[in-house]
Design a protein around this ligand. Sequence first.
Ligand SMILES: Cc1cc2nc3c(=O)[nH]c(=O)nc-3n(C[C@H](O)[C@H](O)[C@H](O)COP(=O)(O)OP(=O)(O)OC[C@H]3O[C@@H](n4cnc5c(N)ncnc54)[C@H](O)[C@@H]3O)c2cc1C
Length: 292
Amino acid sequence: MTVTAEAPTVAPFRFFDLQVVRTRRLGPSLLRVTFTGEELAAFHGGGRDQSLSLFLPQPGQHAPVLPPAEPGDDGRAWHAAYRAIPPHERAVMRSYTLSGQRRGPAGTVQEIDIDFVLHDDGPAPAGPACRWARDARPGDRATVLGPAVTDNAAVRCRPPQDFDHILMWGDETALPAALGVLAWLPASASAHVFLEVPHRDDIQPVVTAADVSVTWLVRGEGCVTALEALRATRLPECARPYAWLAGESGTMKELRRHLVRERGYDKRTVTFVGYWKRGLSEDALREQPAAA
Ligand SMILES: Cc1cc2nc3c(=O)[nH]c(=O)nc-3n(C[C@H](O)[C@H](O)[C@H](O)COP(=O)(O)OP(=O)(O)OC[C@H]3O[C@@H](n4cnc5c(N)ncnc54)[C@H](O)[C@@H]3O)c2cc1C
């Protein structure tokens, strides 16, 4: 008789309860919130554009209200239970990017960073996540649904193995993700990168081993649009180009269309993720048929 030993499987995502340790202003529009939590020893961020689902308390609540996670659930039962809690009581759910993780003496993750865009100076009123971050104090509580394994589906930047050039565009919400991708690129890679921010002081240092040309588009200084900037750029003749686009949905779709129709990119080599949509909260965005 043959006994097949099954490798123990680890669910790729799990909940981590967190407390705020400190906050730091990175620029007029960007605030870094650093979190800690006892369960972070089991946190394994995959780098690049690793995203997280963040759960925040409603105003007046001490901690986010969430249903318990049941072992063996693929997430569907949990989500139904979450939706069954009245909207003004259940935790606010928003998507964010892991912008940093630090390990303690035991080698396990002890702190994680999330960089929040403070979008409260525009015509639309600030959303609950933006308001929560703006008022965050040490000890404030939050929960993330985050990675328990480094190779997980919330890392979306996956160029083909033999790519020879990467074109990147990201606005301020995608800045942590773009910087994460740049930090991961090998020295053999070449990249054209367009990063759009509201103010000059939002510009962040770029750390990468790759051969990179970075164009910062500062909206507060009346820069050209992302599409105009891209149209005016001569990209190298490459056999295997790849593109990664993340940010406001409408802009991102425009750029993708340009790459596919005018630059001849194969659709399958363009990764694009709408991080937010002008005029719609993330809750409203999730209700849209395309999101389903
Ligand atoms: C995979 C992924 C990763 C993300 N990573 C990050 C990240 O690391 N940092 C980050 O700041 N955001 C990130 N975002 C975007 C963030 O989830 C949205 O901006 C979200 O809408 C913020 O929630 P809110 O409660 O502040 O606003 P909501 O309640 O969702 O929206 C309220 C209003 O604000 C508008 N709005 C939302 N975001 C912006 C903005 N940036 N500028 C101007 N108006 C806005 C909406 O259109 C709406 O009218 C990410 C999104 C995704 C999908």
